[in-house]
Design a protein around this ligand. Structure first.
Ligand code: ADP
Ligand code: MG
Length: 291
């Protein structure tokens, strides 16, 4: 069974791209077949997966606007260990073009139909707004994964996002639900962060992932080397957090490993049993233990 997740939050800089790339890498390490779709014209998820966004011959834009089949645009990234549907600044044109097309919000869903079955997980890295691209992602997805920074306005923004999810469920996609809310860039020494985190759990209970992604400089450095943190520094606290998140997601979504189904360049470790929370917030602390 394929699970399609839109990694979304209309706020920028909350860790969407970091989560899309590193959760994809962690799922790939657990031998899941993963496709990551870069759906932000900034193309950061493309670059962060080791692809040169300026050198792409076919991008997701060609698929959306000209009906080019997705398989012609999908690249198997050796550096990242998963498949990527790359994007660059051209995607801005698709945002505009789709608004003029009838059935525009459903375009990605149509394009995904013939290839989705080849993957266990498809993660869509959404842009930081509720635009036509995000609508396409929400129409194509089974569920949303919401990265959230525990700061003052976070809950307000979350309410707006959840309203959008409700609207999309009523109009475009009846199966859309919230898979989970992920606390990112967490600093456990920050009192406000802890308060917001508590409120989040009060309101959303087990929809909040147990795994917390700490603020960790390795996560910020890895993209400039064109690789997920699991390749850049697999013992960093950022890497361990995304492995733990993959384990949690796999348990929650109940997917099993497909024998021999791993995409190129993937390792063999299975983190499906990881239980540890990566929750203490001190930056740079390293640990050599597996989650
Ligand atoms: P978004 O896609 O939501 O705009 P990004 O994933 O691009 O957010 O993250 C914004 C910035 O914060 C990037 O420079 C990224 O490298 C950095 N970052 C993301 N998550 C973390 C983290 N857990 N610790 C430290 N830096 C992070
Ligand atoms: Mg982003």
């Amino acid at each position: 069974m394929t699970i399609i997740l839109a990694v979304t939050n209309q706020k920028g800089g909350v860790g969407k791209t970091t989560t899309a790339v590193n959760l994809s890498a962690a799922l790939a390490l657990t031998r899941r077949r993963v496709l990551m779709i870069d759906f932000d014209p900034q193309g950061n998820a493309t670059t962060g997966s080791g692809l040169d966004k300026e050198a792409l011959e076919v991008t997701v834009t060609d698929c959306l606007l000209d009906g080019v089949p997705l398989e012609r645009a999908i690249v198997a990234s050796e550096a990242a260990g998963f498949h990527v549907l790359p994007a660059n600044a051209d995607l801005t044109a698709a945002e505009v073009g789709l608004q003029q097309q009838e059935g525009g919000p459903g375009r990605l869903r149509e394009l995904l139909a013939p290839v989705a079955g080849r993957y266990d997980y498809i993660l869509i890295d959404c842009p930081p707004s509720l635009n036509m691209l995000t609508l396409n992602a929400l129409a194509a997805a089974d569920a949303v994964l919401i990265p959230l920074q525990c700061e003052y306005y976070a809950l307000e923004g979350l309410t707006a996002l959840l309203d959008t999810v409700d609207q999309v469920r009523e109009t475009l996609n009846p199966r859309l639900h919230v898979e989970g809310i992920l606390r990112t860039m967490f600093d456990a020494r920050n009192r406000l962060a802890n308060q917001v985190s508590e409120q989040l759990i009060e309101h959303f209970g087990d929809r909040v992932y147990r795994t917390i992604v700490p603020r960790n400089v390795r996560l910020a450095e890895a993209p400039s080397h064109g690789m997920p943190v699991l390749r850049y520094d697999k013992t960093s606290r950022g890497a361990l957090a995304y492995l733990a998140l993959a384990g949690e997601l796999v348990r929650r979504t109940g997917t099993t490993t497909v024998p021999g189904g791993a995409a190129p360049g993937q390792g063999t470790s299975d983190t499906g049993n990881s239980t540890q929370e990566a929750s203490d917030g001190s930056e740079e602390t390293r640990t050599g233990t597996q989650p």
